[in-house]
Design a protein around this ligand. Structure first.
Ligand code: ACO
Length: 317
């Protein structure tokens, strides 16, 4: 049974944070950031909430799809954390849209969108849904130590949404997890329990960049090869590959190993930085809006992130 995309939307905050502004905040430079990561700017929430950004992306996707909020059977938000711990971001979107379906968030970090597609597939396959909305959104600006030059230059805030219906367009999908908090983690708040004796590490992202880099390239190459093999396709049959946007050097390194042509590779890390779960649907939305992706095109999505998680899928537009 599987699924197909009826509409996509994307949104980002209004404030654009350039490398040169960052260079006045920490000991870095536009030259270092752009050559080592490919990032030139990112958008950061200042007055907007994550829900505001989600609603802009979701409303656009709903309008294009023609699906009414009352017809949605499920809303899934891949996110590390919404504006609140409770209610879930997905429940707040449900309320704002005026929908009445169940709604839940999932946390697979930057792989969240691929994880959500896997869950959506299962709902369609089980006959439990006709229409679904996925809104992948993250505001990494809230979890970064803005004095740490090794991480604060990498991330941005944003949201990407898709409306899905039953269909046969998802050809293969794979998700993985390898529990590991040593390479990449954001410790949770320990709260204010008077009984807790375990200390309270700051809730900032910390990362072993080089190890994450290797994990990213290896998992992307393995996952993309696996899903292609599953459907008997060659990388040359693919119109576009949309990888998670963390670092242009990760993308280029995986592309080279996979034998991708330049025209197949989609990148946006220069304009958005790493928007975590939103990075793939933001670019998917852009390509559908511009007409660069057309009906019948084969697209590969590939992501990796904290957890450690990874995943890839092949979809016909
Ligand atoms: N500006 C200037 N210098 C810097 C900066 C900066 N912003 N950051 C690090 N440096 C310095 C380091 O201190 C180091 O200096 P030294 O040689 O004097 O010790 C030097 O630059 C080289 O640092 P490296 O860490 O070796 O740089 P590298 O080329 O590995 O790039 C980076 C670091 C960009 C973090 C890279 O390793 C990377 O992209 N890793 C993957 C990150 C990633 O994908 N994260 C997302 C995970 S997804 C999720 O779920 C959140």
């Amino acid at each position: 049974m599987s699924l197909k995309i009826l509409g996509a939307g994307k949104a980002h905050p209004s404030f654009s944070l350039s490398n040169s502004i960052l260079s006045g905040m920490v000991d870095t430079s536009d030259q270092w950031i752009s050559t080592r990561t490919g990032i030139r700017r990112r958008f950061i929430n200042t007055t907007e909430t994550l829900l505001d950004i989600c609603m802009a992306a979701a409303t656009a996707a709903m309008e294009i799809s023609g699906v009414k909020p009352r017809d949605l059977d499920l809303i899934i938000c891949p996110t590390i954390q919404g504006d609140n711990i409770i209610p879930a971001l997905s429940c707040e979107i449900q309320r704002e849209l005026g929908a009445s379906c169940p709604a839940f968030d999932i946390n697979a970090a930057c792989t969240g969108f691929v994880y959500a597609l896997d869950v959506a597939k299962s709902y369609f396959d089980a006959g439990r849904a006709n229409y679904m909305l996925i809104v992948a959104a993250d505001q990494m600006s809230k979890f970064i130590n803005w004095q740490d030059r090794e991480t604060c230059v990498l991330f941005g805030d944003g949201a990407g949404a898709v409306v899905l219906a039953k269909g046969s367009n998802l050809k293969a999908i794979k998700i993985t997890a390898k529990g590991d908090s040593s390479l990449l983690a954001i410790p949770g708040s320990t709260g204010n329990s008077p009984f807790w004796q375990g200390g309270s590490p700051p809730s900032y992202l910390h990362m072993k960049g080089k190890e994450v880099f290797k994990f990213a390239v290896n998992s992307m190459c393995r996952d993309i090869t696996d899903v292609l093999e599953e459907v008997g396709m060659d990388i040359g049959d693919v119109a576009k590959v949309i990888p998670h946007q963390a670092n242009i050097r990760i993308i280029q390194s995986a592309a080279e190993k996979l034998g991708l042509r330049d025209d197949q590779l989609v990148t946006g890390v220069d304009r958005y930085g790493n928007t975590s779960s939103a990075s793939i649907p933001i670019l998917l939305g852009e390509l559908l809006e511009s007409g660069e992706l057309k009906e019948g095109d084969i697209v590969v999505l590939s992501a990796f992130g904290g957890g450690l998680t990874s995943g890839a899928c092949i979809m016909e537009i």
